[in-house]
Design a protein around this ligand. Structure first.
Ligand code: NAP
Length: 342
């Protein structure tokens, strides 16, 4: 069936300036980390992307290694771009990244100029694109001079492969150093992509959130639902097919009874606010405009619809915020701590 996007899609989303740049991002963006590899039927991937675009979600986030196998999410998205979103390229913000292991040998990961530029070329080819809107350094590389990685990003923009650049999971100090280099080069560095959710607050304790505000950078928070923990999904055990059941990035061992007690209490709060728990978790990330966009993942189109409903109530009373802090106090699930602290 040919796809025609919903005519009213832009009335269903809010768009926020990405830091001090002229680029606006949807408050909710869709990431293709999981559920876009060979283990998911193509029709499901299409339905998820179409549901997102129909809701005014204009931003789709990828990386070289998303799959499985690595690269297959970009290939699948390339198909969707060609067959479903043809004619809408200028309405989309497409991002990709390089940093994690992509191919064998010493040039297949981290932050060398050799790897970052070759990886960007491979990503463009897989997606069938001339350029991406945002290209990221996916993680800080302790063994490559930061200037080399930043110059590679600068080259990617100057050679027309990307419009803007970003960094992901860099800590506050590294972010300031990257910003200083890219400012000197006049590279359009506009965004940071950290993990952030009610159960994982490293961006606050590290000072990164304040740093981003100080530097006028935008931010897009990945795993706002803690990979699904901040939904009702796991309250009665681990459902078949769920991420925790797949033995990939979400270790079921972290879904303890204590964690679930917190999730139950948060769910009761969400109900009082007239939201689903997923919606409240996303609204919390977006509260006070401190984060530009919440970067969700989804295994079904219905999840995208539910998550997008978060924008209808982004405000919290001080009492609600204090209660969320109290409930979540003892949990801190940051699987990306290493890439941010090196
Ligand atoms: N820069 C980085 O290093 C980095 C790292 C990780 C992720 N990311 C980016 O962030 C994106 C999002 O990450 P994520 O997928 O972990 O985010 P997430 O939104 O925290 O988790 C998504 C998962 O939550 C469940 N879910 C979503 N909406 C739901 C709903 N309304 N009700 C019930 N369950 C729901 C689904 O789990 P089931 O699959 O179990 O149904 C879904 O796969 C990635 O795709 C990627 O673009 C970046």
């Amino acid at each position: 069936m040919p796809y025609t996007p919903a005519a009213d899609r832009y009335s269903k989303m809010i768009y926020r300036p990405c830091g001090k740049s002229g680029l606006k991002l949807p408050a909710i963006s869709l990431g293709l980390w999981h559920n876009f590899g060979h283990d998911t039927p193509h029709d499901t991937k299409r339905a998820i992307c179409q549901a997102a675009f129909d809701l005014g979600i204009t931003h789709f986030d990828l990386a070289n290694n998303y799959g499985p196998p690595p690269g297959s999410a970009e290939e699948a998205f390339g198909e969707i771009l060609k067959n479903d979103f043809a004619g809408y390229r200028d309405e989309l913000i497409i991002s990709s990244k390089a940093g994690y292991l992509m191919w064998d040998g010493p040039y297949g990961e981290w932050g060398s100029r050799k790897y970052v530029i070759a990886s960007c070329d491979q990503s463009l080819k897989r997606m069938g694109l001339d350029y991406v809107d945002i290209f990221y350094s996916h993680r800080f590389d302790p063994d490559t001079p930061l200037e080399e990685t930043m110059l590679a990003l600068d080259h990617i923009v100057r050679s027309g492969r990307a419009l803007y650049v970003g960094i992901s999971s860099y800590n506050s100090q590294r972010t300031r150093e990257a910003h200083a280099i890219l400012t000197e080069l006049k590279t359009p560095f506009i965004i940071h992509q950290p993990s952030y959710n009610i159960l994982n607050r490293w961006v606050e304790t590290d000072g990164l959130k304040d740093t981003l505000a100080d530097l006028g950078l935008g931010s897009i928070a990945f795993t706002p639902l803690a990979q699904g923990i901040l939904t009702k999904k796991y309250l009665n055990g681990i459902p078949q097919g769920s991420r925790a059941a797949q033995g990939k990035s979400l270790d079921p061992a972290i879904i303890t009874d204590r964690a679930l007690a917190s999730v139950r209490a948060l769910d009761a709060m969400a109900q009082k606010r007239g939201q689903t728990l997923a919606q409240m978790a996303i609204a919390w990330v977006l509260r006070n405009g401190g984060i530009t966009s919440a970067l969700i993942g989804a295994s079904k189109p219905e999840q995208v619809v539910d998550c997008a409903g978060a924008i209808h109530n982004l405000d919290f009373t001080p009492e609600e915020l204090a209660e969320i802090d109290r409930i979540s106090e003892e949990k801190d699930v940051n699987l990306w701590a290493r890439s941010s602290s090196d």
